[in-house]
Design a protein around this ligand. Structure first.
Ligand SMILES: O=C(O)CCC(=O)C(=O)O
Length: 277
């Protein structure tokens, strides 16, 4: 699926833009589903900001509203995890056993400070062939440079050093050398290596920055831990490839890593039995 230019781009720069990535689902439909979650969760989020009891990732708090596990509201978000315009790229980049780690809706409000500082998601561990974690951010609106857009330093996934915690913070956040603001059209997506140095910026525009966040890793990373996968995800995962995508039963990779607390689909049981390792 990847052209040689795309392969070079993602290997050297650490990211790739996919135009019209939400086309298979329809941007309006995705926005409507996003807005339904936002209106349902906003009162509790606003209350948590008033009481300073907010918690959660992606800068959830006064500058951003993070809506996690969006698959529980609408199976559309499971379908997007399997996006036919994006998943083939992820299979090349993360590996044939790619699974979905997180599905999040995110609003970084107009007129708020940056909700994160410069960071990478973990130490500079690398696999010789695959990216250990890719994230896909889908833009629900045109992303302009003043709307606190997602930003990264291209090529920084190849550095061993992490971004400083004391330099380029607060007022100087945007002075990070090599910073690239990821702007683009509504419906587009960025696929990026979480080793890239990255940050959100202050949203000085009159528009909220609305995105969907998906994380992808190889199947051998523990996803569900001691919590069994929720039944609505098991029900949605009605093919072996969907089972793998949801971190339940691998198509590629060891059968020993499969969840034993979820019965196999008959055709998946055959795959597991036939495995050499
Ligand atoms: O929301 C953003 O622009 C930053 C996201 C981020 O820091 C992350 O995905 O780790």
């Amino acid at each position: 699926m990847l052209t040689p230019e795309q392969r070079d781009q993602i290997d050297e720069q650490g990211f790739l833009i996919v135009e019209n990535a939400l086309e298979p689902f329809g941007l309006d439909r995705v926005r409507t589903a996003y807005e339904a979650i936002q209106s349902q969760t906003e009162p509790a989020w606003a209350e948590s900001v008033r009481n300073s009891t907010y918690k959660g990732g992606y800068g959830n708090g006064p500058d951003a509203h993070t809506m996690g596990d969006i698959h529980q509201y609408d199976s559309l978000f499971l379908d997007i995890a399997e996006n036919p315009l994006v998943l083939p790229i992820l299979k090349e980049v993360v590996g044939p056993d790619v699974q979905t780690m997180e599905m999040v809706a995110h609003c970084h409000h107009s007129g708020t400070n940056a909700h994160t500082g410069w960071h990478r998601d973990w130490p500079a561990w690398r696999h010789p062939q695959f990216m250990l974690k890719a994230k896909v951010f889908y833009f629900l609106d045109d992303q302009t440079p003043d709307m606190g857009c997602f930003s990264l330093v291209p090529g920084s996934h190849m550095r061993d050093a992490h971004p400083s915690r004391t330099e380029y913070v607060g007022e100087t956040l945007e002075q990070m050398p090599g910073l690239k603001k990821i702007v683009g059209k509504a419906g587009s997506a960025i696929i990026w290596n979480v080793l890239c140095w990255h940050s959100g910026l202050a949203n000085t525009s009159p528009r909220d920055r609305r995105i969907l966040i998906y994380g992808y890793m190889p199947f051998w990373i523990k996803k569900w831990g001691s919590t069994p996968p929720p039944q609505h995800i098991v029900d949605w995962a009605d093919t072996p490839h969907r089972r793998q995508l949801m971190g339940i039963h691998a198509v590629e990779g060891r059968a020993a890593w499969d969840r034993k607390d979820v019965p196999y689909l008959p055709e998946h049981a055959e795959i597991a039995t036939a495995k050499k390792f």
